[in-house]
Design a binder for this molecule. Structure first.
Ligand code: PLP
Length: 350
C-alpha cells in the first residue's frame, strides 16, 4: 500500500485532515446507518445543543503499525465502553459498543495510507466523539446527535518523548466531588485551559490537580492519570474517594502489566499530597503519552523531586513503559488480547 508523502519523524501533535472521517446521526429515537465521508466539516443549526449546553463526549486512541507490518489499535472495546458511560452521564444515547469498534476499524482501514510506519514514533490518532445537534433553547437534552470519528497522524505528545516533565500544583480544581471528572467530555477541558496556561506561563509542563473537596489528595493532570513508585518498588496508583479521576485505559493496562507480567505489588489508594515526597518515581499515563516520567512537582513551598532529578525515566516506570509499548508494538507477545488487528501485514491474507 502506498503511504502518504509525509515526514513521519517530525510530526507534531496537530490536526491534519486525512482521506475519510466517519459520521452517523441519531434522529427520531434511533441511530442511522453511518458511513465514511470525505467532508471534514459538520453543518448544524446555530441553536444546536453543543454550542449552548455542551452535550459532547469524546474518546482518544491510536492506530499504528506493528514491527511485523500490521495496522492495529489498542483495546478499542474499552474506549467503546467508556464512551457509553460518558454519554449516559450526559443524557446522550450511547453509540452501541460493537458499532463503535466496527466504525473505528472501518475508518482506520480507509485511512491506512495515513498510518505512520513502524519505528517512526508516530501514530494515527483516532478521535471518536459525539455532539448534541438538536435545536435546544431551554436547558434540556438534545433530540438529535452526531457520532463522528476523525483521524490524524501525530508525533509524540510531549516533544522529547520520554524526557521527564515538571508539574506545578494548580490553584484551581479540575473536577467537583461526584461531578463529571470521571467522564470524558469537553466540558472538563474548557475550564482547565486557564490553569494550563498559568502553569505554562510559570515555566511548567502541566498542572497537577488536587481533590476539590479537601485539596489534600492527588488526583491527576488535565489529560493524564498519575502513577507512583514507592521506595520498596511497589506501584502506587492514586484513587479518588469522590469518583473524580478519569478512568484511564492506559493506567488500567499498566496495573495489569505490573502485577501479572512484572510481578510488582500494586496498591490503589488515595494518596495524600503531603506524602508525595516519599515516592521514588512519578509518572503520567494516557494514550497520547503512554508513560511520561515526572521530574518534579512544585508548589509555593518548593519542589518535590523524583528519581534523583535524573533526566531519564526511572527503573520501574522504564520497565513498565518498555513492556507496555512492547506489547503494543508486537515485539512482546500480547498475553491479554489487547492488540486489535485492523489490517494484516502487506501481502498477507486478511
Ligand atoms: C483521556 C484522559 C486520560 C487518559 O486516558 P487513556 O484512556 O489512558 O487515554 C486521563 N485523564 C483525563 C482527564 C483524560 O481525559
Amino acid at each position: 500500500m502506498e503511504k502518504q508523502d509525509l515526514d513521519w519523524e517530525t510530526l507534531g501533535f496537530a490536526y491534519q485532515p486525512c482521506s475519510y472521517s466517519y459520521t452517523c446521526r441519531y434522529e427520531d429515537g434511533a441511530w442511522g446507518e453511518g458511513s465514511l465521508t470525505t467532508d471534514h466539516t459538520i453543518r448544524v443549526s446555530e441553536c444546536a445543543n453543543i454550542f449552548h449546553y455542551c452535550q459532547e463526549v469524546f474518546e482518544g486512541l491510536k492506530a499504528y503499525t506493528t514491527e511485523d507490518g500490521r495496522i492495529v489499535c489498542f483495546r478499542p472495546e474499552e474506549n467503546a465502553a467508556r464512551m457509553v458511560s460518558s454519554a449516559t452521564r450526559l443524557v446522550m444515547p450511547p453509540f452501541p459498543k460493537e458499532r463503535f469498534v466496527e466504525a473505528v476499524r472501518e475508518t482506520v482501514a480507509a485511512n491506512a495510507s495515513w498510518v505512520p510506519p513502524f519505528g517512526s514514533g508516530a501514530a494515527l490518532y483516532v478521535r471518536p466523539f459525539m455532539i448534541g445537534i438538536g435545536e435546544t433553547l431551554g436547558v434540556r437534552p438534545s433530540d438529535a446527535y452526531e457520532f463522528r470519528i476523525l483521524v490524524t497522524p501525530v508525533g509524540p505528545y510531549f516533544k522529547g518523548g520520554v524526557t521527564p516533565i515538571r508539574l506545578v500544583v494548580s490553584d484551581y480544581d479540575r473536577a467537583a466531588p461526584h461531578g463529571t471528572g470521571a467522564v470524558k467530555a469537553g466540558l472538563n477541558y474548557a475550564m482547565s485551559l486557564w490553569p494550563y496556561e498559568m502553569a505554562h506561563a510559570q515555566g511548567f509542563d502541566e498542572a497537577l490537580y488536587l481533590d476539590a473537596a479537601t485539596r489534600t489528595y492527588i488526583e491527576e493532570t488535565g489529560g493524564a492519570n498519575m502513577i507512583l513508585v514507592d521506595a520498596e518498588g511497589r506501584l502506587v496508583v492514586p484513587q479518588s474517594k469522590t469518583d473524580s479521576i478519569l478512568p484511564s485505559i492506559t493506567r488500567r493496562s499498566i496495573i495489569r502489566v505490573a502485577s501479572e507480567l512484572l510481578g510488582l505489588e500494586v496498591i490503589e489508594r488515595p494518596v495524600a499530597y503531603a506524602e508525595l515526597g516519599e515516592f521514588a518515581e512519578c509518572g503520567l499515563c494516557g494514550t497520547a503519552a503512554v508513560i511520561v516520567p515526572v521530574m518534579s512537582v512544585s508548589d509555593y513551598e518548593g519542589d518535590i523531586v523524583f528519581n534523583g532529578g535524573s533526566d531519564e525515566i526511572g527503573p520501574v516506570l522504564g520497565r513498565l513503559r518498555e513492556t507496555l509499548t512492547g506489547i503494543q508494538g508486537g515485539s512482546i507477545e500480547d498475553p491479554f488480547g489487547w492488540v486489535f488487528e485492523i489490517c494484516p501485514a502487506d501481502g498477507e491474507e486478511a
